[in-house]
Design a protein around this ligand. Structure first.
Ligand code: HCB
Length: 215
């Protein structure tokens, strides 16, 4: 049944199975499981286990990198499908997504970006390791659009940049142009308040919900 396929996906991530992960993904699609469920019930829970194992020091960086590669191999298949599933009703707005300067963790960023696209947002994905000046420039360039800025930071160091980007937007008189949602493992509600951002989310599905609510 589906649970068996979800377990297979989860195990492919945990076991760093770069070849097996896209195969399991295709198998799940062929069985009629949606791209959304493949991510939320299979791949993402697998990455969560990998993160926990790393924290418990039962695995090390090379293994994480292999799991990340397995994840990305699956996302290559799923991203075009999610883009297609996107209903193009009047358009909910534009999401400018990025990861803070100094931070190359891109798995959560990609998941959130993908999920926002699947929920009808037009996506401007700036990528990872993005200086705040580039973020501000992207907002300036798209001034007038219904817009949300969606930033990720996975390290306590890079997270500090989130507060600076809000301040920079204020200085450039652009804060009113855009809603702001920040996330990533170290981000808390207290931090969101301290930054002057508008919201945060626990995971990619939640991020889509919060973003839609903010628009
Ligand atoms: Co990395 N790393 N890492 N890492 N890494 C972390 C993040 C630590 C917490 C691990 C630890 O020490 N406990 C740690 C940061 C410590 C800290 O500052 N508190 C850390 C470190 C230190 C480092 C290096 C410095 C290690 C080194 O080289 N010595 C180095 C830094 C590189 C750099 O960025 N300059 C490094 C490298 C790596 C890789 C390359 C091996 C790999 C990244 C691969 C890649 O992304 N392509 C990696 C990974 C995978 C991790 C862990 C294990 C998992 C991160 C992950 O992908 N999680 C992580 C441990 C952890 O987070 N527990 C560890 C899965 C995704 C799905 O979750 O939280 O990213 P997520 O995103 C969620 C959620 O937060 C939310 O939705 C997402 C989807 O569900 N969300 C948002 C995310 N963004 C949002 C935005 C919104 O607006 C709303 C919601």
């Amino acid at each position: 049944g589906n649970q068996e396929l979800f377990d297979k996906l989860k195990n492919a991530i945990v076991n760093q199975d770069i070849n097996g992960c896209p195969v399991a993904t295709q198998e799940a699609l062929d069985a009629g499981i949606t791209a959304f469920d493949i991510i939320n019930e299979g791949l993402a829970p697998g990455m969560k286990i990998v993160g926990d194992n790393f924290e418990a020091a039962t695995i090390y960086l090379p293994q994480i990198m292999m799991s990340a590669k397995a994840m990305n191999a699956a996302m290559e298949i799923l991203e075009p499908i999610l883009a297609e599933e996107k209903g193009d009703d009047e358009g909910v707005g534009t999401a400018v997504t990025f990861v803070q300067e100094g931070d190359i963790h891109d798995i959560g960023h990609r998941l959130v970006t993908t999920m926002l696209g699947a929920n009808g947002f037009d996506i401007i994905d700036l990528g990872t390791d993005i200086p705040n000046e580039d973020v501000v420039e992207a907002i300036a360039k798209n001034k007038g659009k219904k817009m949300i800025l969606v930033g990720s930071a996975l390290m306590t160091t890079s997270m500090l940049g989130q507060k600076d980007v809000v301040r920079l937007l204020e200085e450039e008189n652009l804060r009113g142009e855009v809603k702001i949602m920040f996330g990533g493992a170290p981000v808390t509600d207290e931090w969101i308040e301290e930054c002057g951002a508008d919201g945060t989310a626990e995971n990619a599905a939640d991020a889509a919900r919060v973003a839609l609510k903010l628009m």
